[in-house]
Design a protein around this ligand. Structure first.
Ligand code: FE2
Length: 208
């Protein structure tokens, strides 16, 4: 599997590119800011981008969707609660619910988990039982904000509990480079991330 964590914009955002090494069909998660950089990686890799997933509606995760879509024709996928909040020219082709699963080429299986809290339609995506793209739900060493319009702290806590039930070997791929390292195993996050160590909602609310 081809995998790239792409640094974009000035807010330390990450876009993620996955591709099948044989068919070169590809998946892009959260196209933002530097569409020329992303398109160059797609072109240089000979990738036929077939799918784009938007993890949530915030501007810094979707603002290159229209450009990437117009150059590649990829199908844009988001959770149905994200759809009414899209803006800035981003549009969708398919609305999904929790558990939506799809294939990229013959070697990549992506499963979308609805993990609300940071935003109503927040998704985390498991790619091939290897990567866990967490966007703004879980960062390395922290979690996403739950004080924005549409955020729900109790829902975020519940979503983090769900992520804790996933296998330790998954590599957490956050939506921003806010931690000491760009990626880390979910097992390490379970052991050290204060937001995953909170035992209950009361402890979670007390975190600074
Ligand atoms: Fe966000």
């Amino acid at each position: 599997m081809i995998f790239a964590q792409i640094s974009v914009g000035k807010m330390e955002n990450y876009s993620y590119l996955f591709a099948d090494p044989v068919s070169h069909e590809g998946l892009l998660i959260d196209p933002a800011f530097d569409h020329d950089k992303i398109l160059a990686m797609i072109r240089d890799g000979g990738i036929n981008l077939t799918h784009i997933v938007l993890t949530h509606h915030h501007f810094d995760h979707i603002n290159a969707t229209a450009q990437i879509k117009s150059h590649t024709g990829a199908e844009v996928i988001c959770h149905r609660e994200t759809a009414p909040l899209l803006h800035g020219g981003a549009s969708y082709d398919r609305l999904i619910d929790d558990g939506f699963s799809f294939k990229i080429g013959s070697s990549i299986r992506a499963i979308c988990l609805h993990t609300p809290g940071h935003a109503p339609g927040s998704l985390c995506i498991v790619v091939n039982d290897m990567y866990l793209v967490t966007a703004d739900t879980l960062f390395i060493g922290d979690c996403g904000r739950a004080d924005l319009p549409g955020s729900d702290p109790a829902a975020l806590f519940a979503s983090l509990q769900r992520l804790k039930s996933l296998p330790d070997h998954l590599i957490v791929c956050p939506g921003h480079n806010y931690g000491p390292v760009p990626t880390r195993s979910l097992g390490e996050e379970k052991r050290s991330n204060r937001t995953l160590l909170a035992a209950n909602l009361e402890e979670f609310y007390k975190l600074p």
